[in-house]
Design a protein around this ligand. Structure first.
Ligand code: ADP
Ligand code: MG
Length: 448
C-alpha cells in the first residue's frame, strides 16, 4: 500500500478540445475534463461512441494538444516540456494499444515489438531478447519472424501489447483494445491487461463503450458529450489511491443511496437485485475496510435486505469478529453503519421483488438456475470455458432438484474438467457451494 500524500501520476485539468474551431463543422470533443489518476490504478473512461474517449486518450498521449487546460504527468506539464520533452514522455512514460492494433504490415512481429526501442537507438542485440521475452510471455513467441497478417486478430493485439511494454513505461493507454476481437480473444487481452496492472503495477487507462470492461477497473469515469458525467469506485477492487485522495473523491461522488445504486448498476449490470442493492449500500458506506470485511458486510446487508436476519442480529454481527461470521468492524463503525443501513433500507424500496414470482413461471427452473449462476459466477475469479459453464449449469440444476446434495455439489465444482467436474479451485468451489446453499434458502419457496 502507499503512504498518504501520494501525488497523482496524471492530472487532467480543465481540458477542452474543439476540432475545426471557427469552421462550420466545429466539434467540441472535450468539455472541461478533470480527473486525477494515481500510480498503478486501472482506470476506465466509459461512454458511447463519439463522446470523446479517443480524443481524451490522444490528449493524454500528447498526440493532440488541448484547446484549453493542461495535462500534468509526474509533476510535469506536458505542453511545457518542448519537443524533446514530448519525445521523452512518449518513449519513457506511456505505451499505447489501439483497437486496430496499428502494426506495421511490412515488419516482422519481433520488429514491430521493437519499434519503440529502435526510436530510442537501442541496439538489436539488446532489444531483440526483450521483444522475444514479451512475445514468449504472451504465448506468441513462436511467431516472432512472421508478418502481422499471418496472425489472428487476438494474436496481433498481443503483439501490440508487447510493443506497448517494450520500453517498460509506467502507463499503458488502451483505446477499445478488445473492440475488434471475438469474445475469447477479448477475454485473453482483458486478462493480460489485468495482469499488467496487478503484477507489473502498470497504470492502465482504458477507454471503451463495452460495459463488460468496467468490472476490472479501480475507478470508472463515465463520459457523455465530451464531459465526465459521473465517477464510480469499484468496491470489488482494493483501491490504489491513498486515504486522502479517496476521501476527496468520495466527497465529490454524488451523494445518496439512489445514485450509489445507479453507479453500482452501471458497473455491475449483471448483478441480481438484492446483491446489487447490498453492494450499493456497502459501497456507499465504506471506504476503509479490507476486501474480506467488505465481502462479509455485503453478505450481511444482503441477508438484511432479504429479511433473513433481524435488525438486532444484523447489528450484533457487524462488530462480531470475522472468524465468528461477523464483519469485524470496530464499535463506532458498526454503530454508524447499523444506523445508516436501517435508514437507507427504509428509504429504498426501489427493487425488491421478482424473485418470488419465479414459482409461477413455466421456465422457472431455468430462470432460477440462471440467477444462481450469475451469483456464483460473481465469486469466481476467472472466466469459465463453455464446457465448464455447461457443467456448472448442470450441477446447479441437479442441486436444485436435490439430485446432488451439498457435498456432491461441492465435489462436482471441485472435480477436474477431465474427470467430468467444473474444475474450480478448491477454495472457490467451497465459496461457490456455500453461496449455493444461501441461494437455495432464498429460492426455497420455489424448490419446495
Ligand atoms: P470516441 O472515441 O468516444 O468515439 P472521439 O474522441 O473519436 O470519440 O470523437 C469525439 C468527437 O470528435 C466526435 O464527434 C467525432 O466526430 C469528433 N472527432 C474526432 N476526431 C476528429 C477529427 N480528427 N477531426 C474532427 N472531428 C473529430
Ligand atoms: Mg474512439
Amino acid at each position: 500500500m502507499y503512504n498518504s500524500f501520494v501525488e497523482p501520476l496524471i492530472k487532467i485539468e480543465n481540458v477542452s478540445l474543439i476540432y475545426d474551431k471557427g469552421k462550420p463543422n466545429e466539434t467540441k470533443a472535450l468539455a472541461d475534463i478533470n480527473a486525477e489518476i494515481y500510480p498503478s490504478e486501472y482506470i476506465v473512461f466509459f461512454g458511447p461512441s463519439g463522446c470523446g474517449k479517443s480524443t481524451l486518450l490522444y490528449v493524454i498521449a500528447a498526440m493532440q494538444t488541448p484547446t484549453t487546460g493542461r495535462i500534468i504527468v509526474d509533476g510535469r506539464e506536458i505542453s511545457k516540456v518542448g519537443e524533446k520533452g514530448i519525445t521523452d514522455y512518449r518513449q519513457n512514460s506511456i505505451g499505447m494499444v489501439f483497437q486496430q492494433y496499428n502494426l506495421i504490415a511490412s515488419l516482422s512481429v519481433i520488429d514491430n515489438v521493437s519499434v519503440p526501442q529502435i526510436f530510442k537507438s537501442v541496439k538489436p542485440k539488446d532489444r531483440e531478447p526483450k521483444a522475444q521475452a514479451l512475445l514468449d510471455r504472451f504465448g506468441i513467441g513462436a511467431f516472432s519472424r512472421r508478418l502481422p497478417s499471418e496472425l489472428s486478430g487476438g494474436q496481433q493485439q498481443r503483439v501490440s501489447i508487447a510493443r506497448s511494454l517494450i520500453n517498460n513505461t509506467p502507463i499503458i493507454l488502451a483505446d477499445e483494445p478488445t473492440g475488434n476481437l471475438d469474445s475469447k480473444s477479448a477475454q485473453n487481452v482483458t486478462d493480460i491487461l489485468q495482469e499488467l496492472n496487478e503484477k507489473d503495477k502498470k497504470a492502465i487507462i482504458l477507454v471503451t463503450h463495452d460495459p463488460n470492461q468496467l468490472q476490472y477497473a479501480h475507478r470508472v469515469f463515465h463520459m457523455k458529450d465530451g464531459k465526465i458525467v459521473r465517477q464510480t469506485i469499484n468496491p470489488q477492487r482494493p483501491q490504489r489511491m491513498d486515504a486522502q485522495a479517496k476521501e476527496k473523491i468520495t466527497k465529490t461522488l454524488s451523494g445518496g443511496i439512489s445514485s450509489a445504486l445507479v453507479d453500482v448498476l452501471s458497473v455491475y449490470p449483471e448483478l441480481t437485485e438484492s446483491r446489487l442493492k447490498s453492494k450499493a449500500v456497502v459501497n456507499y458506506l465504506l471506504s476503509e475496510l479490507d476486501t474480506q470485511q467488505i465481502d462479509r458486510l455485503e453478505r450481511l446487508v444482503e441477508d438484511r435486505i432479504l429479511g433473513k436476519i433481524s435488525k438486532e442480529d444484523f447489528g450484533a454481527a457487524l462488530d462480531d469478529p470475522i472468524e465468528k461470521g461477523g464483519a469485524g468492524l470496530n464499535y463506532q463503525s458498526a454503530k454508524k453503519i447499523d444506523a445508516s443501513v436501517e435508514t437507507l433500507l427504509s428509504e429504498t424500496d426501489i427493487i425488491q421483488k421478482d424473485i418470488e414470482d419465479v414459482g409461477t413461471d413455466p421456465n422457472a427452473l431455468n430462470a432460477v438456475t440462471k440467477e444462481i449462476e450469475t451469483q456464483i459466477i460473481d465469486v469466481l475469479s476467472s472466466a469459465l470455458s463453455d464446457e465448464q459453464m455447461t457443467r456448472l449449469t448442470d450441477a446447479i440444476k441437479k442441486r436444485i432438484s436435490n439430485e446432488l446434495d451439498r457435498d456432491g455439489f461441492f465435489h462436482t465444482l471441485d472435480l477436474a474438467v477431465s474427470h467430468g467436474g467444473v474444475g474450480l479451485r478448491k477454495e472457490i468451489a467451497k465459496d461457490a457451494a456455500r453461496r449455493m446453499e444461501i441461494l437455495l434458502i432464498k429460492f426455497k419457496d420455489f424448490t419446495d
